[in-house]
Design a protein around this ligand. Structure first.
Ligand code: A2H
Length: 253
């Protein structure tokens, strides 16, 4: 662990008011759940944000006055990268668990869905990234399997107090065409391998193998402004555009 390995794009998913009770004292201030992704070029296909109901999260002040939400570990890493309000320190303003911010409305960069919601994903690891994951079910088998779990299982939704309208209207968006896998590669792989749930570990690993390398080398963007361009050629451009627009920051771990 430590600074200097993997580069992630942290996508700033803006929490919409009214804030949940643990954050209500911050009314009027900008709060972002920051999702760590390796695939900035897929942000056109975001349908929701994943958080783990049982892991602890913190809210803390950044240098520019914004409030970020992530695991404490990621906050500490950010403080060493001179992103937080005090260099080398984290100015924590609130602590809570994922369930306290479940079912909250967010606005995220690039996606066509104006409002998306925080939903539970039980396979999120506390010791990777920020503990916040953005969901792109068109291109991530993990995301598609977890979204299907929520769509198919009303008791799973009610257990975490998720309302139907936070899940049912959201469909994978075709954003990247991959030869032989089509424009919804993750859906194709999950169906082909008959994956039943987000806990289907071995088959999900297989699905990821099917989709990722081929997507990187042969994937072609379908979205407006990037039509016909290759994934490997636009990844950096889209990342830099989001950073320039204030929709993302770069983070190392
Ligand atoms: B990726 P690596 Cl479209 N726990 O973003 C579980 N998964 C996590 C996580 C955590 N704490 N933090 C990040 N991730 C996910 C997009 C995406 C991603 C697509 C396709 C593949 C893909 C949308 N979800 O990841 O272990 C995030 O999901 C393929 C592995 O550091 C992040 O990128 O290599 C990726 O895993 C980081 O995984």
């Amino acid at each position: 662990e430590g600074v200097g390995g993997q580069e992630y794009t942290l996508v700033k998913m803006k929490l919409l008011e009214p804030y949940p009770s643990k954050l209500s004292f911050l009314a009027g201030q900008d709060i972002y759940l920051v999702a760590a992704t390796l695939r900035p070029e897929t942000m056109f296909g975001q349908t929701n944000c994943w958080i783990h109901p049982d892991i602890p999260y913190v809210a803390y002040k950044m240098q520019n006055g914004e409030v970020f939400v992530s695991t404490r570990r990621a906050a500490r890493n950010m403080s060493y990268q001179e992103m937080t309000a005090d260099q080398g320190k984290v100015d924590i303003v609130a602590q809570f668990t994922g369930q306290d911010i479940m079912g909250c409305p967010l606005s995220a960069p690039l996606t066509e869905y104006k409002v998306i919601y925080t939903l539970p994903m039980l396979t999120i690891k506390e010791d990777k990234g920020t503990g916040v994951v953005t969901s792109v079910p068109s291109d991530s088998p993990d995301d598609y399997a977890a979204l299907c779990d929520l769509k198919r299982k009303p008791p799973f939704r009610s257990k975490y107090r998720i309302k139907d309208e936070m899940v049912l209207p959201f469909e994978p968006v075709p954003i990247i065409e991959i030869p032989e896998l089509g424009s919804l590669a993750a859906v194709f792989a999950v169906e082909k391998l008959k994956i039943q749930s987000q806990n289907d570990k071995d088959k999900l690993a297989e699905a990821k193998e099917m989709v990722y390398l081929k997507g990187f080398y042969e994937g072609i963007l379908l979205v407006k402004g990037f039509e016909g361009q290759r994934v490997q050629d636009v990844k950096k451009t889209i990342q830099q555009q989001m950073v320039a627009d204030g929709g993302a920051v770069i983070y190392m771990e």
